[in-house]
Design a protein around this ligand. Structure first.
Ligand code: C5P
Length: 230
């Protein structure tokens, strides 16, 4: 059987990457985290002084766009996907609140999106991939074999992100649930209302609200859906 494309879209912090990684492992596919690509572009802009107080220097960013090389390395033993920006590992930096606060603004820029979509299409052209993001089923792979659209309530998503960051660094006292909830809501709003490929469920995507599911229940649910489709 030909290896297909599985597109997973949905709101911030609702476990898309967990599902995508588990599915990729289950099916022997490659996982591609497109959010990490937008995060890496955002980090690059921050490092190069192209973002100050949320203001983005568009011309400079556009001029430098081709200097940005994003690559991934997958560690199967740890089920860990690592993101590299121009050869340097940036996995932790791109997950921090500073990048999170700027990434949705960077993601509204049309020339950034066009470049990322081009790279994503290239990465997926042979099939055998699970790609997660916001516009995979609508823009990047409108003909994907399976499309999932994931969501959960903002409070549950903020709690999960809080727990995740806390687990990484339990000594970090700057972590605030309210700030994370605010960030989740703000990103929902920006992602859904932007002009360029806004976050929306593709008509043929399967809706998965995992507010009341644990990981195992969720995986069982998805595998069931995949079986029914075949
Ligand atoms: O998935 P993640 O939360 O890491 O994505 C970070 C941000 O990147 C999102 O809030 C969204 O603004 C943007 N994004 C996007 N299109 C994608 C993936 C992510 O606009 N395909």
């Amino acid at each position: 059987q030909k290896k297909g494309v599985i597109a997973i879209d949905g709101h911030s912090s609702c476990g898309k990457s967990t599902v995508a990684k588990d599915l990729a492992k289950e099916l022997g596919y490659v996982y591609i985290d497109t959010g990490a690509m937008y995060r890496a572009v955002t980090l690059f802009a921050m490092q190069n002084g192209l973002i100050t107080d949320g203001e983005i220097l568009l011309d400079e960013l556009q001029n430098k766009l081709n200097d940005i090389k994003i690559t991934f390395r997958y560690r199967p033993e740890e089920k860990k996907n690592e993101t590299f920006l121009n050869g340097t590992i940036v996995e932790d930096e791109i997950r921090g609140l500073e990048v999170s606060n700027n990434v949705s603004a960077v993601s509204t820029i049309a020339f950034v999106r066009h470049r990322m979509v081009e790279l994503q299409k290239e990465m997926g052209k042979e099939g055998g991939i699970v790609m997660d993001g916001r516009d995979i089923g609508t823009v990047v792979f409108p003909d994907a074999d399976v499309k999932l659209f994931m969501t959960a309530s903002p409070e549950i998503r903020a709690q999960r992100r809080y727990d995740e960051l806390k687990a990484k660094d339990s000594t970090d006292n700057s972590l605030s649930f309210d700030a994370i909830l605010e960030n989740v809501k703000q990103r929902d709003h920006m992602d859904s209302t932007r002009k360029e490929s806004p976050l929306k469920k593709a008509d043929d995507a399967i809706l998965l609200d995992n507010s009341d599911m644990n990981k195992q229940e969720q995986m069982d649910w998805i595998m069931n859906v995949l079986r029914e489709r075949n």
